[in-house]
Design a protein around this ligand. Structure first.
Ligand SMILES: Cc1ncc(COP(=O)(O)O)c(C=O)c1O
Length: 418
């Protein structure tokens, strides 16, 4: 379950210093999650990567860099961001939905591994002069994610080359003297463990058809439990299955495959929280609802609005009252879709959460908010600034890792009419 690493005293100290809303991350927890990922079983060598799209803030990238974790980037912009955080090109692997030749060109020779995610991308990479060290991202035919919006495998997904085209791609690769070094797949975020294992085996089947491939990257998608009714993927057990599959692969083909995985969610989801203040409490009469309005919203955290994500929430009060009440939690944006407590399985049906009676000024912590929250939002909607971020160090001391945006920064690229 999402780690409740902030108590009232810490929340109050952070809010007094930097205001709310503010993202808070727990360094100790991030480091222990990194250690778990580093311990993933592997028979013939292993490179873990952080899927930096989950949370690309510089201090977070540096923390994983210090642990020896490499990078999965999803755009050339992310490559540059990782370099600014201290990574070298050799530590970065790119799997992107969009590649533009002029933006890709500088990275081709740099040492960044580029995974072609479609036949057109493969041709572009080769036309830009790269024939060796080619990665191919495949759609292995199965997918799994918490929602259809995070499922990126199977016939309804545009991510990766369809597994039915192995023979055609192999023929093209051979005809053009291309050396495929890596076979890659990623089937979705936070999906089912059994489907993940199935996809891993299907990906290894594809690797059999590319005899030059020395590496297999099995993506991210390890499930975490944000809420009490959810369960964690057992990383060690999953790893054992892959370990065995790689040994069998060697017995069959004589090839020792270097393993890569690239978790985002697993490394950070439960080590981050959004600390908010209650800015209003109101109701719609005796047959209606009671609402908590936060000083944060979809401009800071989009997952509930986008996916109907069920984020854990708890209220922090200096002296919690004994009576409880049911509340719908909404954000501060002028949008009825800015609903932070949607009914499970929907993103627009109201649902209530039970808390000790809440008053304006109380703190509300949205947990499980490390991954795809700060980095993925309806940023600046209603001209709310991008919020500050704080890291609690292993001694329990919070330090600022990102400042709150100013109004000048929000409008800095706008030009006035002549
Ligand atoms: C190519 C790739 N790798 C890894 C990940 C990380 O997935 P997760 O956060 O579920 O671990 C993603 C997420 O979208 C991805 O697209």
């Amino acid at each position: 379950m999402a780690h409740q690493f902030i108590n009232y005293r810490q929340a109050h100290a952070i809010a007094s210093e930097w205001g709310t809303p503010v993202y808070v991350y727990d360094q100790k927890l991030l480091e222990s999650l990194a250690d778990e990922v580093l311990a993933f079983p592997n028979p013939f060598g292993y490179t873990p990567r952080y899927a930096m799209k989950a949370c690309p803030t510089r201090a977070i990238l540096q923390l994983f860099h210090n642990k020896g974790i490499h990078i999965d980037a999803s755009s050339t912009w992310e490559i540059e961001r990782a370099l600014k955080a201290g990574y070298t090109p050799e530590m970065i692997s790119l799997s992107a939905q969009e590649l533009k030749a002029d933006e890709l060109k500088p990275w081709i020779e740099s040492g960044v591994t580029i995974n072609a995610c479609s036949f057109a991308q493969l041709k572009m990479i080769v036309e830009l002069g790269q024939k060796n060290h080619i990665g191919l991202r495949w759609n292995p035919g199965v997918g799994s994610g918490g929602t259809t919006k995070t499922n990126v495998g199977g016939p309804s997904s545009s991510f990766g080359i369809w597994n039915g085209y192995v023979d055609e791609i192999r023929a093209w690769v051979d005809a053009n003297g291309v050396i495929v070094e890596k076979i890659h797949s990623h089937i979705g975020s936070g999906g089912e463990v059994e489907v993940w294992k199935q996809a891993a085996k299907l990906t290894l089947n594809i690797a059999e058809s590319f005899p030059t491939a020395t590496k297999v990257d099995l993506g991210g998608g390890f499930k975490v439990a944000r809420n009490p009714d959810e369960s964690y993927a057992d990383l060690h057990d999953t790893g054992q299955t892959i370990h065995q599959a790689l040994i069998e692969f060697k017995e069959k083909t004589g090839r020792e495959i270097h393993l890569e995985i690239e978790p985002g969610t697993y490394l950070i989801a439960n080590a981050g929280a959004l600390l908010c203040s209650v800015n209003d409490v109101m109701d719609t009469g005796k047959d209606g609802y009671q609402f908590i309005k936060l000083d944060a919203g979809m401009n800071d955290i989009l997952r509930p609005t986008l996916y109907g994500a069920q984020q854990p929430m708890h209220v922090l009060q200096e002296n919690p009252p004994t009576n409880e009440s049911d509340y719908v939690i909404v954000g501060h944006c002028c949008e009825s879709g800015d609903l932070l407590s949607p009914a499970p399985g929907t993103n627009d049906e109201l649902f209530t959460r039970r808390f000790p009676e809440v008053a304006i000024g109380d703190y509300l912590v949205i947990g499980g908010a490390g991954a795809y929250c700060s980095g993925m939002s309806a940023k600046n909607y209603n001209s709310f600034p991008e919020v500050a971020e704080v890291l609690i160090d292993p001694e329990g001391q919070p330090k600022l890792i990102r400042k709150r945006q100013t109004l000048d920064q929000i409008v800095q690229n706008e030009l006035s009419l002549a």
